[in-house]
Design a binder for this molecule. Structure first.
Ligand code: MN
Ligand code: MN
Length: 326
């Protein structure tokens, strides 16, 4: 019997009323015994001390919670009802140390790997940022819970930026170095990682070399328009059932569709393309994920937060599709 997520009935308790949780998911302590342990815990990581340009993503989790009130549970294209297939909670916000990126990464990783009511070590963690530096923390937690001593997690990374810089302003821990640190720590496997939506201009011609040399498959935004879907399909068949982590930096989407972000890069995916690419990941064994870099102060009409909320939904639905098919 699949576990379920019990949502408030929108025809009784309107979507615009009550205290906002992600997608109206219950809090951990509200999960009925038959739905425990939860399959997924969505949580906020309100930290933006790792940015190289415009700060403000610390307000991302609140904005995404608010925007996510309008996310409905049935996925039309996949034909699955998320809440009938998985038990999901809003685990609240992880602790942060606003003046320290490293300390925040340690705090979040520790917190995300801990048990809580209605959850156990099988519960998968989806972090809503926050800047991209919080992804290292959630990858550590995902690896600790679901990783294998045989190697780091496979990674499906959406971004305009490669995020494998060694240091920025002398600092090793910030949002531009998350994947390099994850490779060094062994939580992510560069030979089983794809970065989708990468765009120029770059600081230097060789900015992508470290990732390419490490084995990361790069599908630039321009590649995507040519043979990107085929290359992604090939990558997915290579990683097969490997434990995979999805990291979605909202700046992979064009600022025309997702203006609320701190390092915008023009000429990216439309919202519809981003959703279509995510749907093409059906079948992947997702064991953790993040959606990062939403900056509400630059987000007129809340469209970026609304998109981020739907990306959270799309990622969770990938696991629902997998469970429904097994
Ligand atoms: Mn980026
Ligand atoms: Mn990034």
């Amino acid at each position: 019997m699949a576990k379920k997520t019990v949502l408030p009935d929108a025809r009784v308790s309107p979507r615009f009323a009550g205290v906002a949780t992600f997608c109206r998911f219950p809090l951990p302590e509200q999960v009925a015994p038959e739905n425990a342990p939860a399959d997924w815990a969505v949580y906020g990581a309100p930290f933006d001390g790792g940015v190289t340009y415009r700060p403000g993503a610390r307000f991302g989790p609140r904005a995404v919670r608010e925007a996510s009130q309008y996310v409905k549970p049935h996925h039309l294209e996949h034909g699955v009802t998320l809440t009938e297939t998985l038990s999901i909670v809003d685990a609240g916000d992880a602790p942060v140390a606003p003046y320290s990126c490293r300390e925040t990464q340690d705090l979040i990783a520790q917190w995300a790997a801990e048990g809580r009511p209605g959850c156990d070590e099988s519960t998968k963690m989806l972090a809503v940022g926050g800047d991209h530096s919080i992804a290292l923390a959630n990858m550590r937690a995902a690896w600790r819970r679901h990783g294998s001593p045989a190697g780091g997690l496979a990674v499906i990374h959406f971004d305009s930026h490669i995020d494998t810089v060694d240091t920025i302003w002398g600092e090793t821990h910030q949002h531009g170095s998350v994947f390099r640190r994850a490779f060094e720590e062994g939580v992510a496997d560069p030979t089983r990682m794809v970065s989708i939506g990468i765009k120029g201009p770059l600081n230097r011609a060789d900015d992508l070399n470290f990732a390419i040399d490490a084995g990361v498959r790069i599908i630039t935004h321009t590649d995507w328009r040519a043979d990107g879907p085929d290359r992604l399909r090939d990558f997915l068949s290579e990683i097969a059932a490997a434990r995979a982590y999805i990291s979605f930096d909202i700046d992979a989407v064009d600022p025309a569709y997702a203006p609320g972000t701190g390092t915008p890069s023009v000429g990216g995916f439309t919202s519809a393309e981003a959703l279509t690419i995510l749907r093409s990941l059906a079948g992947v064994n997702v064991v953790g994920a993040d959606v990062v870099e939403v900056l509400p102060d630059r987000d007129p009409a809340g469209v970026t937060a609304l998109l981020a909320a739907h990306i959270v939904f799309e990622i969770l639905c990938l696991d629902a599709v997998r469970r429904a098919g097994s």
